[in-house]
Design a protein around this ligand. Structure first.
Ligand code: KPL
Length: 301
């Protein structure tokens, strides 16, 4: 399966990182966003080298059809962005969803008729200027489909990413992997956004107890839904996962905090919503998660 032409919708940090890494490999890229962006873009690598590259940037989709459409918008903008394009896309066009949480993925996987892959990444990147993205830290990307039957496509995309310098693997259990990331984001992002603190401050009193309380609720929801943590089991497994990420990202301002500080909408619905809905379905009470959901709805209103 040859993939050469990519439309990347959502020129945030991950969208641009993807665009520039794939362009560097000779892939034909069109980066689509709401604002006009310079075609000459600079990628700063984790080693501090700069790579200048021309990519096609558009505020509207160009004529023609890509081999692959990547949606790299924030979770709350993904469905809108998809719907704007959907009527002019071939029904069988492969789609890759790069959103956090577990809100966009099941909805678009049902709506889109072609193959839908989901990707979850730990690559660290930020946009430094309209023409500059910094690849701050190397991570890993997992790709798979929520439905059976797209393993070859997932392998092809993962291998393309790896060749482009973004380590990636196709996985058979992407749903579980997305929920792992969701657990991390649920335990860290709403609290740091609400208290306006860096990730590492969660280790201090009184925030530590709040994190533990959220992890407790997350662990119960996950258990009821049959989702095991990546390592260990039960509450301890989820605690290990979350505290390891807090430690590794101690100096970070999490994405949700950056959104709140910039007055942008946050991804709270995509991250906390699936946990609340799942808890309700299993008859579980999640007072901490509910109150974070409520306070973030106020913060980003
Ligand atoms: O994914 C993140 C985010 O900021 O959204 C974490 C892992 C919490 C790092 O800050």
């Amino acid at each position: 399966m040859a993939l050469q032409t990519h439309w990347i919708v959502g020129p945030g940090a991950i969208g641009r990182l993807l665009a520039l890494r794939l362009a560097q490999q000779g892939q034909r890229i069109t980066l689509i966003g709401r604002r006009p962006l310079p075609g000459l873009q600079t990628l700063v690598t984790p080693r501090g080298e700069t790579l200048d590259m021309e990519v096609v940037t558009r505020t509207r989709p160009p004529d023609g059809v890509p081999d692959l459409l990547h949606l790299t918008t924030k979770a709350y903008a993904a469905e809108g962005a998809y719907l704007e394009l959907a009527s002019r896309l071939p029904a069988d066009l492969p789609l890759v969803l790069w959103q956090n949480g577990f809100h966009t993925q099941p909805r678009l996987a049902t709506r889109h008729l072609g193959p839908v892959l989901c990707a979850t990444t730990t690559e660290g990147a930020y946009v430094a200027a309209d023409d500059r993205v910094v690849h701050a830290g190397r991570g890993n990307t997992l790709i798979g489909s929520l439905e059976d039957g797209h393993d070859d496509l997932a392998r092809t995309v993962a291998s393309l990413l790896s060749t482009s310098g973004l380590s990636a693997q196709a996985v058979p259990d992407i749903r579980r992997r997305l929920w792992h990331k969701l657990a991390i984001n649920a335990a860290i992002n709403p609290l740091v956004a609400h208290h306006r603190i860096r990730n590492g401050e969660l280790r201090d009193t009184p925030f530590r107890e709040e994190v533990e309380a959220v992890i407790g609720e997350v662990a119960r929801v996950m258990e009821a839904e049959g989702i095991a943590p990546p390592e260990g089991s039960g509450l301890d497994g989820w605690r290990t996962l979350v505290w390891r990420v807090v430690e590794a990202t101690a100096s970070n301002r999490a994405s949700m905090l950056q959104d709140v500080l910039a007055g942008r909408p946050t991804e709270h619905v995509a991250i906390l919503g699936p946990l609340s809905e799942t808890a309700r379905r299993h008859g579980l009470a999640t007072p901490r998660l509910d109150s974070l959901l409520e306070s973030l709805a106020g913060d980003s209103a």
